[in-house]
Design a protein around this ligand. Structure first.
Ligand SMILES: C[S@@+](CC[C@H](N)C(=O)[O-])C[C@H]1O[C@@H](n2cnc3c(N)ncnc32)[C@H](O)[C@@H]1O
Ligand SMILES: [Zn+2]
Length: 283
């Protein structure tokens, strides 16, 4: 179950002091932040926004939600839920696991994680943020027991050492901030594409498709402690193909004839593959 009854994960994005209170959130220096009607906080200072509406647009977020709700990535969501149960441990026995989803999008993976904890009857304190307001709005509405904020991975308004477990699914990797917000001994689950992720889609888009390289990247301050490869084959109907395509980095760099070949298909059966990399914060 997701418990809303836990100490606030948030700190002031302007001065770094803890934020307290129900609504608005306030720091000791008097900065205050209102709660949006969907229940999330806007903790991205205007001066740190490079554009007026950073991140994915409302349309991209809606397409992403429709695709994910179709359960095509269900094997990833279920595997992640089980992995979070295994790797997430509170420093205090019996207390909820404090889990932070950095770059949470519209929160589909959070709902999978919350479902896994509910099924196992394990308490969970879940917080997530994303730079895209339309995404956070949908996430907050769908999981009211969780804490959500509009914020940047590179200036996380999260208290130092708050998280037992940080989850990052295809979102920007902010090593220093992940190290700061994790408690010592806390874990990071980082999802990257597996070798054959969407291989058949790439075969439609490109004349010479390639497999993703399997790299063992080292991140100073983290120790690699595990990896899980999750693979499946999915058939995506034409009505969802554009949404899947828009979720991929290929969307931005595919020649027009490739994109046209994809849009002419009635459906596409493709391999999907995620590597869930598990790291432990050293020290
Ligand atoms: C590929 S999506 C993944 C979203 C979600 N984890 C999922 O898998 O459904 C990448 C996400 O990163 C977010 N993002 C991009 N830059 C960001 C930043 N600097 N800080 C926080 N989120 C960011 C985007 O808005 C987008 O929601
Ligand atoms: Zn402040």
């Amino acid at each position: 179950m997701v418990s809303s009854d836990f100490a606030s994960p948030w700190q002031c994005p302007l001065c770094g002091a803890p934020l307290e209170g129900a609504a608005p959130l306030r720091c000791a220096a008097g900065h205050s932040f209102d709660r949006a009607k969907e229940g999330y906080w806007h903790l991205l200072p205007v001066q740190k926004m490079r554009t007026h509406s950073p991140g994915d647009s409302k349309e991209m977020v809606a397409a992403r939600r429709a695709f994910l709700e179709g359960d095509y990535y269900g094997s990833f969501g279920r595997a992640l839920g089980v992995l979070c149960l295994k790797e997430g441990q509170s420093a205090f026995p019996g207390q909820p696991v404090k889990l932070l989803d950095a770059g949470c999008g519209e929160g589909w993976y959070d709902r999978c994680i919350a479902a896994a904890f509910a099924k196992a009857e394990q308490p969970l304190a879940l917080a997530g943020f994303d730079i895209a307001k339309p995404a956070v709005r949908l996430a907050a509405r769908a999981l009211p027991g969780a804490e959500y904020a509009v914020a940047s991975s590179f200036h996380q308004p999260v208290r130092t050492g708050w998280a037992d477990l940080v989850v990052n699914i295809f979102s920007p990797f902010a090593r220093e901030e992940f190290l700061r917000v994790l408690r010592p001994g806390g874990k990071l689950i980082y999802a990257v594409p597996g070798p054959e992720h969407l291989y058949e889609m790439k075969a439609v888009l490109y004349d010479t498709p390639y497999k993703n390289p399997v790299q063992q990247v080292e991140y100073p301050g983290f120790r690699a402690v595990g990896e899980q490869l999750v693979e499946d084959r999915i058939t995506v109907p034409a009505s969802q193909l554009a949404a899947l395509f828009a979720m991929t980095p290929y969307y931005w760099r595919t020649p027009r004839d490739g994109a046209q070949r994809l849009s002419a298909l009635e459906s596409l059966t493709t391999q999907i593959s995620f590597r869930f990399l598990v790291f432990e914060r050293e020290g």
